[in-house]
Design a protein. Sequence first.
Length: 318
Amino acid sequence: MFILSGKVVTIQICHWLEKLTKAENAFQIKALSIWYCLCLATVLYWSSLNDFDELVVSNNDVVLKNIAEDLRNRLPIEAMFNSEHQAVQKIHQHPLPMIHVDAFLYDDDFVDSLCEEGKMSRSYCTECGSYKTASLEFISHSFSLMELKFLYQHVLPDLTGKVVVDVGSRLGAVLFAGYLYSSAAQLCGVEMNADFCQLQETMITKYQFIDRIKVVHADICTQASLLQKADVVVMNNVFEYFLDRQEQARAWEFIACNVRKRGSLLVTVPSLKESLSKLQVNIQLSQWVEEMQLNYDVYMEKDVDREALEQIHLYKIL
């Protein structure tokens, strides 16, 4: 009880003082004093441990971790389906060796354990048979638990009554976190891969999220009305690895044409400027959006990946 909250500790101390004032002899006073000292020592011991924050992890964190475990058990280690032909091909064609590691499924500690088991590697040999190695580049199309909590607890405002649309919802991480960490009225994922849609539907049913989460199996370019009514649109590495450049340009122009609700919010990874820099598009960012400055220092939990958080960009629609 003493490690759960300061309120509980205060109640217990008051309880001890009450008993102490009612003690009838020196023996009772000594026994109560020993009991109090032991309890206080326990509190101080647990508070000194590096893992103390893990003891008070929220129930929502536990639910998300359970979902991640469920998904890991249903997917190959690279968390990609054979139906993702173009994405797999693009990763293989990358100038530097790259592997897909889904950040929602595998945090750094999990990756380390997989490396120790020989199931994954963080490096590759630059010259066959030599000791020269270089780091592999990791790519993820999902937010990590850390990024999801930062998104809903520090980036986005109160979402009561709002509609959130996740473009390319994939495993559903943004939807599930939105259900747990926000009061959004509706969380809608648009995913064009049928395998991932089925996986999301399975999790929605199992965890009883059906009242606020919906998944649409479609190309986002067929969902104009959904984008037009959205209060928040989330786009995480959504087009580059799944569409050729001409298709990417078409998709971005469709987004810019339909995400027009004044005051609504657009969350992207990476920035709009970076995403559009290699494409031939007629999108005037200064007339469409205003980038909102984020405070990356507000996220106080341990093992913060500042570089990952800085990839998250927030825009307000003008």
